[in-house]
Design a protein around this ligand. Structure first.
Ligand code: AP5
Ligand code: MG
Length: 216
């Protein structure tokens, strides 16, 4: 099953993709996580991506599309994958469609998580994540808080706040989303693979709704 998670920054794509990945036993591929890992390791790609990410802009398509094309051809993607944060522009979506068409494949489901801009700004300020296992937490929402403040439940690492979660960068990311990524909703609706789900449901409820769609 090839799944794309769509939605604004902070809509919950990473949170849901990681649960779906465990449930369906297919890899969770987050371009944001891949770029952050490259920044941490100071690779050439990381150095190029950092300037764009720090200001809330998109990393250019030419640095992104080939990377994803290579990733989805790895052996662990044979049964499918969940893309989180890709595609983000029409050219990226077209590149994905073209890459999959080489083997007569296509995206099976696109889940669009809907949430208002006001809710997003509030969510981002409380987001924390584990730098090691990437698990995502929230400092306020009870079901998303770690057992010990600031510490990952799974591996004991100190949780971190993302550089691009500063309020002014979040606002820029939101405007980039509306301008460049939101058109993908129509793109995938026209392909007949889009389902929209409220990103404001309680996590378990949201997970049930999405698995019902995917299992149909
Ligand atoms: P990326 O890492 O993809 O960030 P994003 O799309 O802006 O999305 P986020 O990761 O911020 O949010 P999310 O939807 O995953 O929400 P989360 O689950 O964490 O990209 C970062 C940057 O990398 C981009 O700005 C760009 O520069 C670059 N980049 C990446 N991909 C690119 C591409 N394809 N092309 C070009 N550039 C690219 O949840 C948010 C918070 O809400 C958490 O605290 C969570 O605990 C909480 N939460 C989640 N769900 C719920 C719920 N149902 N109820 C209550 N709280 C919830
Ligand atoms: Mg994410």
């Amino acid at each position: 099953m090839k799944i794309v998670m769509l939605g604004a920054p902070g809509a919950g794509k990473g949170t849901m993709a990681s649960r779906l990945s465990a449930h369906y036993n297919i890899p969770h591929i987050s371009t944001g996580d891949i770029f952050r890992e490259n920044i941490k390791n100071q690779t050439e790609l990381g150095k190029k991506a950092k300037a764009f990410m720090d200001e809330g802009a998109l990393v250019p398509d030419e640095l992104t599309c080939d990377l994803v094309a290579d990733r989805i051809r790895k052996a662990d993607c044979k049964e499918g994958f969940i893309l989180d944060g890709f595609p983000r522009t029409i050219p990226q979506a077209e590149a994905l469609t073209k890459e999959l068409s080489k083997t007569d494949e296509k995206v099976d489901h696109v889940i669009n998580l809907e949430i208002s801009d006001e809710d997003i700004v509030e969510r981002m300020s409380g987001r924390r994540s584990c730098p090691k296992c990437k698990r995502i937490y929230h400092t306020v929402t009870p079901s998303l808080k770690p057992k010990t403040d600031g510490i990952c439940d799974d591996d004991g690492e100190t949780l971190v706040q993302r550089e691009d979660d500063k309020p002014e960068v979040v606002l820029k990311r939101l405007s980039v989303y509306h301008e460049q990524t939101e058109p993908l909703v129509d793109y995938y609706r026209n392909l007949g693979v889009l389902d929209s789900v409220s990103g404001k449901n309680a996590i378990d409820e949201e997970f049930d709704l999405i698995t019902k769609i995917l299992d149909k």
